[in-house]
Design a binder for this molecule. Structure first.
Ligand code: GDP
Length: 442
């Protein structure tokens, strides 16, 4: 899971802050020093860290904060807000030409960054938005690239245009656009060639395409695991060919998180999507506010809801969102969620998105039998108990434990954990307000 150690360190700093009734300027300075260290260790760009701390500090030692009843919470709120700002505040959508006009998107990036995979993932997203995409194999140097694009395109049900490896990429791009126009397709995605390092040939090839084909969006794919290298690569591509946005891949394997936090601030270009796994469905839209919540250990309920939406119908998803905001989430919802989430796979990651759960689950290896245990406990509750867990007194808990074949301490643990999550949801939804996350119910 991304940001594990950064998240853990920041949560420790915040725990200390929350514990203090009143804060002195020295307390804030000490806390921010630790935040600074944590960010640097997470490989966030040095200048970005410096500016970030400066902005937080200026706001945190203001009168309003120090004289507030909960100065610790206020500081955390400021860190959260500044972190959202750092990552660009708003979600940036990939722009399309109006109507049925063909939008040409040029994908670029270094070899191994995940460009070909991401290109196919993106085509899938466009298809669900009602677009008619065409994938174009412009990487003529790596023979396997053409085949890889064909295989992935097939899996996504998206046509792939190839002319083998004997034509210049710019000519392939031109022919592909003609093909798209004839076949009523409206998004042409060019999978261009990468190199191991930035070199002039690669850049010139991309420039040639841009000069001869009306590329509407240039999207750079970078590997999050390369940290500051990803940031440098973004800066260089932006300087040389101009990019509209970045897709950050392999966030699932990036334990530090430096690239995600630096790219926007260094290049001025937004992160559009993140790659979170090798499967073609593992591409998530980038929401600065949700990412900040995740990093600060506040969970990411909105992404969880989006994932659930793939399984839920809209009314159910809306209901769930309302319940979570009001902290009216009960054991019935919990059970319902467990069933849906099971279908979605990736249980551990999904649970980590629950507020307050990330840290607790750090070293826990989630196994299905443990989950069945929780399920058995909830099944042993009456409907009334599931709806209103407040009535769970010791004798009821004893009965439930017996029914589920577990020790009463296990029932206590689950109930306590559930109550804690609920409390945190309430706290955070209050804190983040209705601004948190752009909803996209269709
Ligand atoms: P290209 O050379 O840039 O076209 O890179 P590929 O698309 O061939 O990807 C290189 C490797 O990275 C492949 O093994 C992909 O499965 C893997 N990969 C791509 N994106 C992700 C991601 O978001 N997460 C993980 N874990 N692996 C990824």
């Amino acid at each position: 899971m991304a940001f594990e150690s950064l998240s853990e360190k920041l949560q420790n700093v915040f725990k200390n802050l929350r514990g203090k009734g009143r804060l002195t300027e020295a307390d804030v300075a000490a806390a921010l020093k630790e935040v600074k260290m944590a960010l640097l260790e997470a490989d966030v760009n040095f200048k970005v860290v410096k500016n970030f701390i400066k902005s937080v500090q200026e706001r945190a030692i203001g009168q309003d904060v120090m004289s507030s009843l909960t100065p610790g919470q206020m500081v955390i709120k400021i860190v959260n807000e500044e972190m959202v700002k750092l990552m660009g505040s708003e979600t940036t959508e990939i722009a399309f030409k109006p109507g049925n006009e063909i939008t040409v998107i040029m994908m670029c990036g270094l070899q191994g960054a995940g460009k070909t995979t991401t290109t196919a993932k993106l085509a899938g997203k466009f298809k669900t938005k009602g677009k008619k995409p065409l994938l174009v194999a412009c990487d003529i140097y790596r023979p396997a690239a053409i085949e890889q694009l064909q295989i992935n395109g097939n899996k996504q049900g998206v046509p792939v245009f190839t002319m083998g490896d004997k034509h210049k990429p710019v000519n392939i791009a031109k022919a592909a656009i003609e093909h798209a126009a004839k076949n009523n397709m409206n998004v042409v995605i060019l999978d261009t060639a990468g190199r191991l390092h930035i070199d002039e040939d690669m850049m010139n090839e991309l420039i040639e395409i841009k000069e001869n084909v009306s590329v509407y969006q240039t999207i750079l794919v970078v590997d999050a695991m390369t940290g500051q290298d990803a940031v440098n690569v973004s800066e260089m591509f932006n300087d040389k060919i101009g990019i509209d946005g970045v897709i950050l891949t392999k966030l699932d394997g990036d334990t530090r998180g430096g690239a995600a936090l630096s790219i926007r601030a260094v290049t001025g270009k937004p992160i559009l999507y993140t790659g979170v796994g090798e499967k073609l469905s593992d591409l998530e839209q980038f929401y600065p506010d949700r990412m900040a919540s995740r990093i600060l250990g506040m969970g990411d309920i909105l992404t969880l809801i989006d994932k659930a939406q793939a399984e839920f119908d809209e009314t159910k998803a809306r209901e769930l969102e309302k319940k979570i905001k009001k902290a009216e989430f009960d054991f019935n919802d919990f059970l319902d969620q467990m069933h849906q989430i099971k279908k979605m796979g990736g249980f551990a990651d999904i649970l980590k998105m629950m507020p307050g759960m990330g840290g607790q689950l750090k070293d826990v290896d989630i196994d299905e039998s443990a989950l069945s245990g929780i399920e058995a406990i909830i099944y042993s509750m009456t409907i009334e108990e599931r709806t209103n867990p407040d009535i769970l007194n010791p004798s009821r808990k004893k009965r439930i434990a017996k029914g589920a074949g577990v020790d009463i301490s296990e029932v206590n643990r689950i109930v306590k954990q559930f109550e804690q999550s609920k409390k945190m949801m309430k706290q955070f939804s209050g804190m983040l307000g209705s601004k948190g996350g752009k909803r996209k119910f269709k």
